[in-house]
Design a protein around this ligand. Structure first.
Ligand code: ADP
Ligand code: MG
Length: 366
């Protein structure tokens, strides 16, 4: 069945270069009505450029931008009806919180009585009621970003664009504000594009994530799709931690691929976990294998659990992380990071254990 959810933003076939540097290299994306979409990727991959193309601060060399179905290529930023928040505080330092919010509204020719109501409501949304008389210098970093968000929202924008708004805050505040932004985005339902280079932030906040790399889109999907079914080696390595192995395909069929490592040991991978490869996969191909630390189990007694891959290994290091343990185990000449929620009190450095993992948790790439 055809889905009928409206697209609030569409970018089609977008290219942008500065001199010989190609910054956007064929971007196609859409943002659905009411969703919180995150652009995720390493520094310099083109996230801010993409956001600025949507906001109208940068013209494309080629391609189109649509907002609510209307082509926007030549429409200036102030006519696009957007709210923006940046990484660094963009509040006017000589204006109070109230005046900062009022300033944006004055440009929108809103009646005085309605202005007051809207400002109060916006401050309520970001939990800043009662602080409207303060100057930015009298606020903490987190409070300033709340005000910046309120100022973006008070004009009731068609779209909310957030460019790394949490990057300058300390870890605790960052966590708090993540949840806040997610809550208020759902509460008011404003279509939002959030930019970050922080994979955990993206996974925890987004309805959908677009992973970018060097001006291209690597993958678009829900947080679970991106984490559990990465389509490329780049996505796998950028999102989350991983252990890697190398070997040669010994045999493959519809269900599984059997890979032989240099030391002769065999590893089983589900056939469905072969990542995108132009030339397909054949026996004899050199391949890389990836497994995440939390997908590896340390099996007590090496027994009968349904793990297709099981190997004897030795504990080489144990790090306590508060709610979990990070354990390094040596298997042949490989070192594996394993993440466990609990450990056997008898394990110490040098203990012999059995490590195991499911063939469905391992990824394969040529
Ligand atoms: N005005 C500009 N002139 C030349 N190069 C630019 C300009 N703006 C951005 N770039 C380059 O484009 C690339 C992508 O930048 P940007 O979109 O800001 O990346 P991100 O936000 O993902 O870190 C970077 O290599 C940056 O140096
Ligand atoms: Mg940026």
């Amino acid at each position: 069945m055809q889905t009928t959810i409206a697209k609030d933003v569409e970018i089609r076939n977008a290219y942008k270069s500065y001199g010989a540097n190609v910054i956007l290299n064929g971007i196609d994306l859409e943002v659905k009505q009411g969703e919180l979409l995150t652009l995720l990727g390493p520094s310099g991959c083109g996230k801010t450029t993409t956001l600025n193309v949507i906001a109208g601060f940068i013209d494309l060399d080629q391609g189109d931008v649509f907002i609510k179905g209307k082509k926007m290529n030549k429409v200036p930023p102030y006519k696009r009806d957007l709210g923006m928040v940046f990484q660094t505080y963009s509040l006017f330092p000589h204006m109070t919180v109230y005046e900062n919010l009022d300033f944006g509204l004055s440009l929108h020719k809103v009646a005085k009585s309605e202005k007051k109501q809207r400002i109060e409501r916006a401050l309520e949304l970001v939990k800043m009621v009662g602080l409207d008389g303060r100057y930015p210098r009298e606020l903490s970093g987190g409070q300033r970003q709340r005000v910046a968000i309120a100022r973006a929202l008070v004009v009731q924008p068609k779209l909310l664009l957030l460019d790394e708004p949490l990057s300058n805050l300390d870890a605790k505040l960052r966590h708090e504000l993540r949840a806040e932004i997610k809550r208020l985005q759902k509460e008011i339902g404003v279509t939002t594009i959030f930019v970050t280079h922080d994979q955990e932030e993206a996974l925890s906040m987004s309805d959908r994530i677009i992973v970018m790399n060097q001006g291209k889109i690597e993958q678009a999907g829900t947080p679970t799709e991106i984490y559990e079914h990465p389509e490329s080696e780049f996505v796998f390595q950028f999102i989350g931690k991983s252990n890697s192995l190398q070997g040669k395909i010994k045999s493959l069929d519809q269900q599984a691929v059997q890979v032989q490592l240099k030391d002769g040991s065999l590893v089983m991978v589900d056939a469905a976990n072969k990542m995108r490869s132009e030339s397909g996969y054949q026996a004899g191909d050199e391949v890389k294998l990836y497994i995440r630390p939390e997908k590896i189990e340390i099996v007590a007694g090496g027994s009968s659990s349904p793990l297709q891959n099981q190997h004897k290994a030795r504990v080489s290091q144990m790090n306590y992380l508060g709610t979990s343990w990070e354990i390094e185990v040596a298997w042949q000449d490989h070192l594996f990071q394993v993440l466990c929620s609990a450990i056997d009190p008898n394990w110490t450095k040098g203990s012999e254990v059995t490590i195991g993992w499911k063939s469905s948790d391992m990824m394969l790439i040529k």
